[in-house]
Design a protein around this ligand. Structure first.
Ligand code: IPT
Length: 984
């Protein structure tokens, strides 16, 4: 048997060093006049279960690709998403035994082979390089039978000089890719493990006298309004920017009046670097960034990051993301007022940064580095960032990122990586970066001394902690020098507001803190997209799967679905909320004072690019509208504008002005008319009139086993409403406390070490019992007294339901709830639920909308008249959970047909507007579902009318709801009028 001698060197894939044979890193650029040839396409492929089980005969010209071993695969792509092996998801845990730099013998290995001809016009002379933009996790490369080298560093470019090996036709490129390598220890990011050649493979001609590399330094002097340009190039040449009349030699500096680049106004100047061998288009954005006087500034001004963490993800192709998808991401971000991206947790495809330059986003470019799985060992024992053997690989990761991306104006901060604890390897990276590119700031979060960081950066800190840091009242570090350093830094939340499932809650309150405390320069929501992968039920119904759906023995479930957009990039309610919370213009007002206050929250822009409009609605019906003249307002300032007169006359219903700010002209990322911001102002002169308690029209009568109240029939034993004016109820309104726990309800409270949902279940809130204490007439009122409680506890809620008939086919229900006993947990919800016939599938309502909203996720809910189907009210979270509530609902109608048509039921809230939810499955069915196809419509539309719900918070990873959003059991009374609607 073949065994490796004990002291033999480790194979290349287990070497902690970054590899052999590749060229020094250099700047990426999309085009030049040098020839390039894309090698992507369909390649030959063979998967082996181990690193060395298969021979390397496939590198030969005349290799015999045995048909039952070899198949075809798309490059770029991941083999596990193309039918070979399976994806696997772990968050923190390494999915293999931890013994760096060794990896398991079971090491899926993909042999890739591609035969290509050189384009007929491929230039003679010069050099040609073979470039890989990304291969996970380790590759060994041969061209025409000659080994070029090996490399690790999955999300980094690697180039090999291949000129002398090329032939006009029949070039055989062979790439062996191992899923696991020593590099895997550095790539423990929270995402799917997806091996493969997942980014472009390109053959690039390097003409003689073309620059080996170049570095564009384009600063902006805000004191003079000048751009300062210097381009360094290995090969001397000329730099021209015709629009600015610039023509300089490389290495020479020029200052010219210019417009600055910012994420808000991404002004790019087109230029060219011409050396004798190559002409390279330049896209120059003049900006100067850095930390000065404790604040991160761009062009002299402190900026506020309204950011998001972006992983590269497409449900069909994993981290092989095409340019259209990248552009779609950025457009969607810009349309939702996002101004910054942290490229969590690796450098993105380089084309993404070109798009950020062009469309305008501030970028924290993060090195391909995370060693989080070592946190499970005492003091992070074995952590590669504190291990000399890995330092060259760490430096390589810093260098390849910086060299590749250094010419992008959008990149303003280099981040050393994510969740690596502390170690001297990080210090080495920071030192190298600072030396090579002092023009940008450096970020690292996970070392509490921040010795290598220009930011005091935290993730998932509570509002309270952020406030403390904002006030500069944080607990000092012991070491005075480190304390002085940290105290000098601006504060960032590099991750916050974990967008898993329903949520995140509490965004508005974070934003207030960012706006209040200068030191708090904003944050980056975790994260952009749910990484759900498409799967199908046995009968072909498609849905999105998550960890554990692919046979993984170790996985972290749906923690991989925690984005602001669903896997198919449909915005989730969390994104709509974020857009509202971070809107760059805030519109408020006072109807008594007759003013609208408009605040410009941009860092650089005025308001000239926006057009303002207003509408006046009475109970959601438009009465008047117009344009609003708004004077120019400088960033940070406010203007007062007179509120348009409310229309005369006495149209019924609550009066509300809605003021909007929309793009006046097309932007690169959205068409003219795109709404950027809005605000509503309630007309104090025309308040809502709640339905009066009304004089009861008929008396309650007992008839056998029923009670009747006009056209309403009640069950005499349970007190439940059975029918009203010919409409049969499947379930009468009964008190309800339970909701299908959200991912945040299921999240671990960091301080207490318990999960709210678990406490709810331990108390039995999912198996509540209703004891009927009395059903009887009390004059014109039918009173139903119940005690609602789970088994095994003496905590309960006394609920008194008072029914009166208030008109033909109309009933008023008042519910008075009094808690008794020892309630130690907040309630999930407090309201009534009723079951209606499935035919009532169309909903119209007046209240908060159009999307779902909860007490701490309600900024984006605007008051108006809205319409949806019952199916359309449902939010399809990848893991089903409580969703779809509409807040502050004054009335809702459920009908058989769209519009104000068809028979149905109208529900009108009393003094207190209610939360309204309608769905085709019960809370219990929603709670039991693990994937969307587990939800199947039954014969009932379940309607919830809640006085309140517990807040949402962001405890799936972070703090729970703020105290003011806890639904603490307390006496409450709410009422609703039910009226049967005829065919009208
Ligand atoms: C934090 C990670 O940085 C991020 O990659 C992701 O895993 C996120 O959590 C949760 O989805 S680390 C966490 C321990 C705070």
């Amino acid at each position: 048997m073949d065994t490796r001698p004990k002291d033999a060197p480790l194979p290349y894939y287990e070497q902690p060093s970054p590899g052999t044979g590749s060229l020094p890193a250099r700047a990426w650029y999309a085009t030049s006049d040098a020839a390039r040839h894309d090698l992507g396409g369909t390649w030959d492929f063979r998967l082996s279960p181990t690193a060395e089980g298969a021979d390397t005969g496939f590198i030969a010209d005349d290799a015999d690709l045995t048909p039952n071993e070899w198949t075809r695969i798309t490059v770029p792509g991941h083999w596990v998403l193309q039918g070979h092996g399976a994806p696997a998801y772990t968050n923190v845990s390494y999915p293999f035994p931890v013994d760096p730099p060794r990896v398991p013998t079971e090491n899926p290995t993909g042999d890739h082979r591609h035969v290509f001809d050189l384009p007929a016009d491929w230039p003679a002379g010069g050099e040609s390089v073979l470039r890989f933009e990304g291969v996970e996790s380790c590759a060994r490369v041969w061209l025409n039978g000659t080994e070029l080298g090996t490399f690790q560093g999955s999300r980094l470019p690697h180039e090999f000089a291949v000129g002398p090996l090329l032939r006009p036709t029949g070039n055989v490129l062979a790439v062996r890719v191992h899923q696991w390598s020593a590099g895997s220890y550095l790539e423990d990011q929270d995402m799917w493990w997806l091996p493969g050649i997942f980014r472009d493979v390109t053959l690039l001609h390097r003409p003689e006298h073309s620059p080996a590399d170049f570095f564009t330094h384009a600063g902006y002097d805000h004191t003079t309004g000048e751009g300062v340009l210097r381009v360094e190039s290995g090969t001397p040449g000329t730099v021209t920017v015709p629009e600015l009349g610039i023509e300089i030699a490389t290495g020479e500096e020029v200052r010219v009046p210019a417009e600055p680049w910012s994420a808000e106004h991404p002004r790019l100047y087109t230029g060219e670097l011409a050396t004798p061998g190559e002409r390279i288009p330049l896209r120059i954005g003049f900006r100067t960034v850095g930390v000065r006087d404790g604040l991160f500034r761009a062009n002299g001004k402190p900026i506020l990051f309204r950011g998001v963490n972006r992983h590269e993800f497409h449900p069909d192709t994993g981290r092989a993301v095409d340019e259209a998808t990248m552009r779609a991401d950025i457009e969607l971000m810009k349309r939702h007022n996002i101004n910054a991206v942290r490229t969590s947790h690796y450098p993105p495809h380089p084309a993404f940064l070109d798009l950020c330059d062009e469309l305008g986003l501030w970028v924290i470019d993060e090195a391909d580095l995370e060693t989080h799985g070592f946190c499970y060992f005492p003091d992070w024992r074995g952590n590669p960032v504190a291990d000399d053997r890995f330092v060259p690989a760490l430096l390589d990761r810093a260098q390849r990122m910086v060299e590749r991306d250094k010419n992008h104006p959008s990149v303003v901060i280099w981040s050393l990586g994510n969740e690596c604890g502390a170690g001297h390897g990080l210090g080495a990276m920071a030192a190298w970066i600072r030396e090579r590119d002092p023009s940008r700031a450096v970020h690292y979060e996970n070392d509490p001394t921040y010795r290598d960081s220009d930011f005091y950066s935290r993730m998932y800190a509570s509002h309270e902690e952020v406030e403390r840091i904002g006030r500069r009242a944080e607990e000092p570090l012991e070491d005075p020098e480190l304390e002085a350093h940290r105290a000098s830094l601006p504060f960032l939340l590099c991750e916050y507001a974990h967008a898993m499932g329903n949520g995140p809650g509490g965004l508005s309150e974070y934003q207030r803190l960012f706006e209040t405390y200068e030191r708090c320069q904003g944050g980056f929501v975790w994260e952009w997209i749910d990484h759900g992968l498409p799967v199908q039920t046995a009968d072909g119904e498609p849905y999105f799967g998550y960890g554990g759906d692919f046979g993984e023995e170790l996985h972290d479930g749906n923690f991989v679905c925690d984005g602001l957009v669903f896997p198919d990039r449909t915005p989730s309610p969390g994104l709509i909320e974020y857009k509202k919370v971070i809107e760059p213009v805030t519109i408020s007002g006072d109807s008594a004072e007759r003013t609208i206050t408009i605040r410009n929250g941009y860092d650089f822009l005025g308001l000239g690019h926006l057009s303002f409009g207003w509408r006046y609605e009475a109970e959601g019906v438009l009465l008047a509208s117009g344009e609003l003249a708004v004077p120019e307002v400088v960033p940070g300032a406010t203007a007062q504008v007179p509120l348009p007169e409310p229309p005369a006359g006495d149209a019924a219903g609550e009066g509300i002005w809605t003021v909007t700010a929309a793009l006046a002209a097309d932007a690169a990322w959205a068409p003219a008319g795109h709404e950027v911001a809005w605000g509503q102002i309630v007309d104090s002169a025309r308040p809502r009139v709640a339905p009066s308690a009304g004089a009861p029209t008929v008396a309650a009568r007992r008839e056998g086993t029923t009670w009747t109240l006009g056209s309403a029939v009640f069950d005499a034993a349970s007190g439940e409403l059975r029918s009203l004016g010919g409409l049969t109820l499947h379930r009468g309104p009964v008190l309800d406390l339970w909701r299908a726990p959200t991912d945040n309800d299921e999240g671990m409270a960091w301080e207490e070490g318990t999960r709210l949902a678990q406490r709810w279940r331990e108390l039995g809130l999912h198996r509540i019992r209703h004891r009927v204490d009395a059903v009887g007439a009390d004059g014109d009122t039918l009173t139903v007294r119940t005690r609602v409680a789970p088994a095994a506890t003496d905590a309960g809620l006394l609920a008194v339901h008072r029914w009166t008939a208030t008109g033909e086919g109309e009933l008023r229900l008042e519910v008075e709830v009094t808690p008794e006993g020892d309630w130690r947990v907040p309630l999930p919800r407090l309201g009534v639920r009723l079951g209606l016939p499935a035919g009532l599938g169309h909903v119209r309502w007046y209240g908060g909308g159009p999307g779902e909203a909860y007490p701490d996720t309600r900024a984006a809910a605007r008051t108006g008249r809205w319409e949806a189907t019952v199916d359309g009210l449902h939010t399809p979270y990848v893991r089903p959970q409580e969703n779809g509530a509409r807040i502050d609902v004054r009335w809702a109608e459920l009908r058989e047909r769209p519009g104000a048509q068809g028979p149905g039921l109208r529900l009108t809230a009393g003094e207190r507007p209610l939360m309204f939810t309608a769905r085709r499955w019960s809370t219990e069915e929603l709670d039991a579902a693990a994937h969307t196809p587990d939800l199947t419509p039954g014969d009932t539309v379940w309607v919830h009318l809640d006085a309140d719900q517990h807040g949402i918070g962001t405890q799936s990873c972070g703090p729970g709801p703020l105290p003011q959003y806890h639904l603490t059991p307390a006496p409450v009374t709410f009422s609703v009028v039910l009226r049967v609607l005829g065919e009208d």
